[in-house]
Design a protein around this ligand. Structure first.
Ligand SMILES: Nc1nc2c(ncn2[C@@H]2O[C@H](COP(=O)(O)OP(=O)(O)OP(=O)(O)O)[C@@H](O)[C@H]2O)c(=O)[nH]1
Ligand SMILES: [Mg+2]
Length: 216
């Protein structure tokens, strides 16, 4: 096989007028896929989970959805962020250097208010499973071009700052999620701790994650 048959090439005139050779062949497949997905944009879904009152909604609001310093005024007790009672979804379209990203943030109600916290992760794992099922159904359907990918890609798990590491409920919670979604543990309200306390807690949490074989 000569090089001619192996790679067909065609000439393209680039923006600055130079002649550019673009190879046509399967070697360009990665570029084609790349171009196609950049044009279409990406979907990314981030979820927050953990005990009630650890600042999940606050993080969501301050990260993406509200401008902290715009018309800032101190709110009274009722106007402050209220407790989340159901799974809520916010979507924002972000564009950076021509690459579009549809970012979805899923805020979940914290556990810990009930007397019995066994299986408190159930609503969250159910939600994740539902999104998988929805995607599966859409993919098996006729109109596969415009599927919106709502599968949860990443879950931030909030660890309370006042304990001495992970509690049994934290371990169980993360273990229930670990095979469905990428879990990223984070220590909430870290501003309440001194740098020393912070380091100790972090080391402890890392040790326990290894000990209990939690996949991050
Ligand atoms: N010190 C400190 N307080 C915080 C931080 N983030 C949030 N808070 C406060 O913690 C309280 C609870 O915050 P929320 O964001 O409502 O907590 P949540 O995790 O969404 O609670 P649920 O909706 O019940 O699950 C609020 O009074 C916040 O002002 C933080 O990083 N540091
Ligand atoms: Mg909340």
């Amino acid at each position: 096989m000569t090089s001619n048959t192996r790679y067909k090439s065609r000439s393209l005139r680039s923006e600055d007028g130079r002649e550019e050779k673009e190879y046509v062949g399967f070697a360009t497949l990665p570029n084609q896929v790349h171009r196609k997905s950049v044009k279409k944009g990406f979907d990314f879904t981030l979820m927050v989970a953990g005990e009630s009152g650890l600042g999940k909604s606050t993080l969501v609001n301050s990260l993406f959805l509200t401008d902290l310093h715009k018309d800032r005024k101190l709110l009274n007790a009722e106007e402050r962020i209220s407790q989340t009672v159901e799974i809520t979804k916010h979507t924002v379209d972000i564009e950076e250097k021509g690459v579009k990203l549809k970012l979805t943030i899923v805020d979940t109600p914290g556990f810990g208010d009930a007397v019995n916290n066994t299986e408190c992760w159930r609503p969250i794992t159910d939600y994740i499973d539902q999104q998988f099922e929805q995607y599966f159904r859409d993919e098996s359907g006729l109109n596969r071009k415009n599927i919106q990918d709502n599968r949860v890609h990443c879950c931030l798990y909030f660890i309370p700052p006042f304990g001495h590491g992970l509690r049994p409920v934290d371990i169980e919670f993360m273990k229930a999620l670990q095979d469905k979604v990428n879990v990223v543990p984070l220590i909430s309200k870290a501003d309440c701790l001194t740098p020393n306390e912070m380091r100790k807690l972090k080391d402890r949490v890392c040790e326990e994650i290894v000990k209990f074989e939690i996949k991050m």
